[in-house]
Design a protein around this ligand. Structure first.
Ligand code: HEC
Ligand code: HEC
Length: 308
């Protein structure tokens, strides 16, 4: 019986034909179940910036995913309705459409599934989905659209799927044939990156976000007693983040505890914070001051350009 269900599930997923939308330079085509209409994308954008999505009408998605700071949050951890703080730093939604799994701990799959999270989360928007639909139905702007939850999630996710950011200096150098796009310092930094970082922040056509999309404990969130305060995926493991646009999205790490890219580099050179589950790939390394600066210059070359 169990076997039969599995077979049926796998048959269903085979029938899903995906459509490919071309990505910007450096990013692969995006596979979508259905291409959204211009109206659906416009609706998603409106919803993304609308504080009516939160219970007390003070918080929108953009409150924590601010376009001014690369669609991430410049605060250490996000602040939701009633000034309540969460415990994690909001990552950028730029290129989020490419993730196989969403969130620092990978607990959501699709962007549609993800969007439900913040709305219901009492620390974020604290809005029960049924109540939101009732509010939108009574709203003069949204009422005539007869929105359902599925329509709301699809619209927001479709808008997010337009937030693709490639064509960085690194992409122009590597994939665009422009050998002047990177400074000699950034090229040196690229080599340092290849020695110490690429093992987890992988590069290649399938890893366009500079991540293996695996979960590692690099020793963030360890308190003075050496105890992990956030277990993440389990054992203090978090998803390797994308490095695209990273210079625009300070502060860093799942708890926003590192303020600058220089601090991040120094953290790695020091071998992370020891704890019982520290990834064996994280250990003290030799890196001169010049190499550290070059590595930061390389990371800065990953700032992309939004398609719109
Ligand atoms: C109060 C702040 C806050 C609000 C409001 C908020 N988010 Fe987030 N968002 C976060 C935080 C914090 C995380 C990371 C949480 C985690 O990984 O556990 C996150 C994660 C995400 C991710 C996953 C990105 C990744 O790299 O995995 C997406 C996509 C996203 N949010 C979209 C949205 C959308 C769409 C809305 C509005 C419906 C929204 N967020 C509202 C704070 C917020
Ligand atoms: C063992 C795998 C691994 C290695 C090696 C590694 N990283 Fe990371 N990196 C991660 C993980 C996992 C995180 C998220 C950790 C967390 O928040 O708990 C991270 C976070 C980061 C961040 C923060 C990004 C953000 O948006 O907050 C930067 C920047 C970064 N790494 C750069 C580097 C550089 C530069 C190197 C080489 C010196 C490196 N990493 C080596 C796995 C790795």
């Amino acid at each position: 019986m169990k076997y039969l269900v599995l077979v049926m599930l796998s048959l269903c997923s085979c029938q899903q034909a995906l459509v490919e939308v071309p990505g910007p330079l450096g990013l692969p085509p995006l596979k979508v179940e259905r291409v959204a209409t211009a109206e659906e994308i416009a609706l998603g954008k409106k919803l993304f910036f609308d504080t009516k999505l939160s219970l007390d009408k003070t918080i929108s998605c953009a409150s924590c995913h601010n376009p001014e700071t690369g669609f991430a949050d410049a605060r250490k951890v996000s602040v939701g309705v009633g000034g309540k703080t969460g415990k994690r730093n909001a990552p950028t939604v730029l290129n989020a459409a490419y993730w196989r799994v969403q969130f620092w701990d990978g607990r959501a799959g699709s962007l549609e599934e993800q969007a439900a999270g913040p709305m219901g989360n009492e620390l974020e928007m604290n809005h029960k989905p049924e109540l939101l639909i009732a509010r939108l139905a009574a709203d003069p702007e949204y009422g005539p659209m007869k929105l359902t939850l599925d329509k709301v999630f699809f619209a927001i996710a479709s808008y997010e799927r337009t937030l693709l950011s490639g064509n960085s200096a690194f992409d122009r150098y590597t994939y665009g044939g422009d050998k002047t796009a990177l400074s000699s310092e950034a090229i040196e930094g690229f080599k340092v990156f290849g020695r110490h970082c690429v093992i987890c922040h992988t590069i290649g056509p399938k890893d366009a976000l500079f991540t293996d999309e695996q979960f590692h404990n690099v020793g963030i969130g360890v308190n003075a007693e050496g105890v992990l305060v956030d277990q993440g995926r389990g054992k203090g493991e978090f998803r390797t983040p994308s490095l695209r646009n990273v210079a625009r999205t300070a502060p860093y790490m799942h708890d926003g505890s590192l303020k600058t890219l220089k601090q991040v580099v120094d953290f790695y050179v020091g071998g992370g914070n020891s704890n019982e589950h520290l990834d064996p790939l994280i250990r003290p390394m030799e890196m001169s001051g010049r190499e550290r600066d070059a590595l930061v210059a390389f990371l800065e070359s990953l700032n992309g350009v939004e398609a719109k």
